[in-house]
Design a protein. Structure first.
Length: 368
């Protein structure tokens, strides 16, 4: 007998709303219901999977912004179509792709924390130590994080396929869903390769940002929502005109937060991108503009996992003095303006235009 999500569908009622916070709450409820069913199945397989179930629930439900489901759902609303709980559930499934990316990203970046808590590989490393298991606790943690990330990706497809969409809706959504996942993995590899090159190039850094984060955060979710509604090509093109520049602005804001962000807001130590040696557009611009002594200081510090808070402050000051910070802020402003101007092309419902305007500001200000 196969496990096929016998607890689906979950919701017994659905009240459409145009409020972003309420939409996010509905997404959270769908994810909570999904995880409850799947974790029950994990615990039926073996009691040893209890830590996996607990970690998946904690990670998934711990204060995520839900940007991808929001953009997908609003992409659907922008067509003027009437939403349903099945549409909401399908859009919520995209969050699990993001969970996969974050878990794997923390392994690749050797990042110890995520959202103010131990990252998955560090949590399972600690579990290995607590239970006094044999072998390397570090390798155990890394292996667990890879597997949990894979599980999140599987769960995403499972939640989509069991969302209750009609066969035609599901068939329309799958090409976009597949393309989004391929582009994400391509961007992740480009990010790894860029760091391994050890060189700096603004255009390459922007391309990595476009595929690693921008496209799968905004453009493809919008296309996903449009596909569910069988939207015309013209609207899909408008979504690209809006989504691509906004996705780049989103990642550039992330780059700034990775160097200057408040740990209470980012959930990571200040200057974490500097310790991890991230070759972001911000760093590329700073190195391009730095004088000899500034460049030497940057190159000696970027990638040093043992950077002290004082050293981080010194690097932050140098990056600011090169003008890189203000340059990236200017780029974010211009890209956001370009994105918003695309909403005037027509074809987007008034509700869709209003919500996409709100999301553009919230995504780049990171207040959502």
């Amino acid at each position: 007998m196969f496990h096929s999500g016998s607890g689906y569908p979950y919701a017994v009622s659905f009240s459409p709303t145009n409020d972003l916070k309420e939409i996010r709450n509905l997404v959270n409820q769908e994810l909570l219901n999904f995880v409850a069913v799947e974790n029950k199945y994990l615990n039926e397989i073996a009691s040893e999977l209890a830590p996996v179930a607990t970690a998946m629930e904690r990670f998934l439900l711990d204060s995520g912004k839900r940007l991808r489901p929001l953009f997908a759902y609003i992409g659907f609303l922008g067509t003027g179509s009437k939403p349903s709980v099945e549409i909401l559930r399908a859009c919520a499934a995209l969050e699990l792709v993001h969970v996969c990316a974050l878990m794997h990203d923390d392994v690749m970046d050797a990042s110890d924390t995520r959202r103010g808590a131990p990252s998955i590989h560090k949590a399972f490393e600690a579990l290995h130590d607590e239970e006094k298991l044999s072998g390397s606790s570090e390798q155990f943690g890394i292996s667990a994080a890879i597997l949990l990330g894979d599980l999140a990706l599987i769960w995403s497809a499972q939640m989509l396929h069991n969302s209750g969409l009609s066969p035609n809706e599901l068939i329309r959504s799958l090409p976009v869903y597949d393309e989004m996942r391929v582009e994400l993995m391509a961007g992740q590899f480009l990010d790894v390769y860029e760091q391994a090159l050890g060189t700096q190039n603004v255009e390459r850094s922007l391309k990595v940002a476009r595929y690693k984060s921008g496209k799968y955060t905004i453009e493809r979710p919008l296309h996903f929502g449009a596909a569910l509604a069988s939207a015309p090509v013209e609207l899909i093109s408008t979504y690209s005109d809006y989504g691509i520049p906004l996705g780049e602005a989103f990642q550039l804001r992330d780059d700034l937060l990775g160097v200057f962000g408040n740990p209470e807001t980012t959930g990571k130590p200040a200057g974490d991108d500097l310790r991890e040696g991230k070759r972001t557009a911000l760093i590329a611009v700073a190195l391009e503009r730095a004088n000899g002594s500034q460049k030497s200081l940057l190159l000696s510090g970027i990638g040093d996992a043992n950077l002290t808070s004082d050293k981080v402050a010194d690097l932050q000051q140098v990056i600011t003095e090169t003008g890189a910070t203000s340059h990236i802020e200017s780029m974010i402003s211009k890209l956001t303006s370009t994105s918003l101007s695309a909403l005037n092309h027509g074809g987007i419902s008034p509700v869709g235009k209003q919500l996409l305007t709100e999301l553009a500001i919230l995504a780049t200000d990171r207040k959502i």
